[in-house]
Design a protein around this ligand. Sequence first.
Ligand code: SKM
Length: 273
Amino acid sequence: EKAAVIGHPISQSLSPLIHNHWMEQKGIDGCYEAHDVPVGGLEAFIEKAKAAGLSGFNVTVPHKTDILPFMDKVAPLARQMGAVNTVRIEADGTLTGFNTDGIGLITHLRNTVPGWPRDLPALILGAGGAARAAVLGLLNESLPVLMITNRTREKAEIIAKEVGRGRLTVVDWEDRHGAVAASGLVINTTTLGMVGQPELELDLALATRDTVIYDIVYKPLETGLLKAARQRSLRTVDGLGMLVHQGAAAFKVWFGHDVGFDEALRKKLETMI
Ligand code: SKM
């Protein structure tokens, strides 16, 4: 059995470690490799993948949208996202595109904070692909109201219009601190706080005691935002689990096995971050 991840760059990807861990665990004889595929290289890669008998592959930056026209079928969630992160290759060469990022985000949230306050709105920071995944994931969880805020307001408005189902309110970036006060869940989907990037500035002083602070950044594992939340005794969720659980959903698509985020995997990953 074979699978892969494609992106550009790709050397930073933790997916090979994650999937090879599960293959070993499930006694699957095979391997999962990272391939650096530059822009314009998708068609050639797909031909190679079919010829090599891959069960499928993950897709990361910058190909998640560009891969869409190559799909024979696209699952509804990936269609709504406008992005594919998991491709299944059937025996006859048919390609189906899925998106497991939203499922990954929600699964990790559920596992980490089972009792998160669902009656309060969730506040999403950012308006890229991960913000879309968060919005769709949370709407599928029947959350009553969502708010989104982004440095460029127009990008947030596009998300509200395209996938918000009338339940997503756009908040000005300058008003984000006040929005925290009304939220039961705050998710950072921007790259702010990541190694080499500026910190995300978010005042948590008005957060309610039960508010959950979720940062999808996993490098570092404890971002400035999560540290500030921990100091205020708020519950926190780091970004590593989202990566693992989107991978688990992909693994299920290709190989039919249920896998999870076990301690051994966390230890292996932590040494790589
Ligand atoms: O959606 C995932 C993708 O499946 C794999 C990945 C990675 O290997 O870094 C990151 C995310 O884009």
